[in-house]
Design a protein around this ligand. Sequence first.
Ligand code: ZN
Length: 508
Amino acid sequence: MNEQEAHKLGNRHLRPISGLNSPSGASRRVRITAADSTAATLSGQHTLWMLANLLARQYGVVAKIEIVVPAVALYPQAALFGRRDTIAETIAEVIRTVGGREIQIADDVLAADVEVVVGTPPVVSQPAVHRVGIVASGWRIFAGNPELTPNVEMEGNSLACYFAACIAAGEVFKRLCGLQPGKGRFIESLIFSLWDFHSYSEWSIASDGPDVDAIDVPPFYIVGAGAVGQASAAALASLGVRGHVTVIDRETIDSTNLNRYPLATLSDVGASKTQLLKSRLSGRGLSIYSSDLGWPGYALNPGIDQRSEVQLDESNYRYKIVLSCVDKNVPRHDIQNYSPENLMGASTNGLGIAVANYDMRSDFECLKCHNPPEPKGPPVEEIAEQLRQLPPNERQQRAQDCGADWSSVERYLAEPKCGKVGEAEMEKFTAGNPDWSVGFVSIASGTLLTAQLVKFVLQGSEAFPTDKGNTLRFNFLNPGPRWSMHRRNPDCDCQGNGKAAYCRIWGQ
Ligand SMILES: [Zn+2]
């Protein structure tokens, strides 16, 4: 990637979004702080690693990061990339490889615009205009004024650590952009548990949830290896669960992905999304099978080198656990059409996330009910003809805005028969204007999806108690956990053909 391209990074979170102003550009210095006692814990390191990762992706918002973290030895499992001898060096390496020239590491300690304090605040504090503190213990999370931080050790599971890091990165983003009048709030004190997804007035009564060491997850699928899929897999890998996952996507990483893909660095632009995920997370508890065919491409051409028991199920179209991490409704329909036995999905909408259970045995929605397919765009050849009319520099700009690889597009325009790569890039122009998106929202969404998968493995359908609903929500503008309930759409085929197909495969 050259410098000019680097400046185009992450423009998705610089688009207008309701509730937030545009970043002013003047106040952009952030500090990451942890006391010795926090930095020396695995949980503290999971949090610091993800926090640095998230802040380094806030291109055009964060400009400089101070690291006030002691040089204690790294737990290797706390870093999914960027490993160095100490946690302080590791997070500096993460910031360098993700932030590049856009986000610098400060070599001095000045007044920060926002400071994030992980764990118990250090005895001596450095000047900062705004502060946010985070703590994770078990499944519990605190976020808010560091002076209100509960006096507990950082011993959260990695899900609570990652989610807490997302909340802190969200508060930094909100501080540096500013809230629009009458919209949203900064967190003074938020105590909640990822275990029951409820908020509490006091730390001592928040439910801690069970230990999650040594969990075995049955074979499952992640469809979509974008921001949400990467975050979900990263959370599973950092948690140390054992199991076999099949990861399915057909795209490659482009520069507009970097603001929210938790496993991608600047040098990964152009890499296959599934291969990147596999290379970052191999050697942990998960065995990973990957397919670049997308869905339903994979279902139609399942891997012959896939695990034998999975192959047997696939030959009967039996997909027992599927995580939908795609961001369009057409592929959502394609997933539901195969009637997975247990289907959960995560999505984002502006500053909000939703994680839902699409249980065909319940009265709640299926993945198709409230996700109408997007209208089909004009044919690729029509777009190509329009692009040919533009001067090359405008074409390049359009390609960049859509996240399409410019050189592949140019090759396609010159010679439309030149293959699938060019055509896949051309399809990005037909998708319309990409939505606003940012790292902390997407990664929180994938982390929460993994929390629900783990709960499902531990306690079955109790992971989504029907009296609360089938969907968990969290909005970063007015932060807090919330459940919601979504019944079936009477016009959807899930009460007719869809239900019949499900019953044929799985019984009533
Ligand atoms: Zn439906």
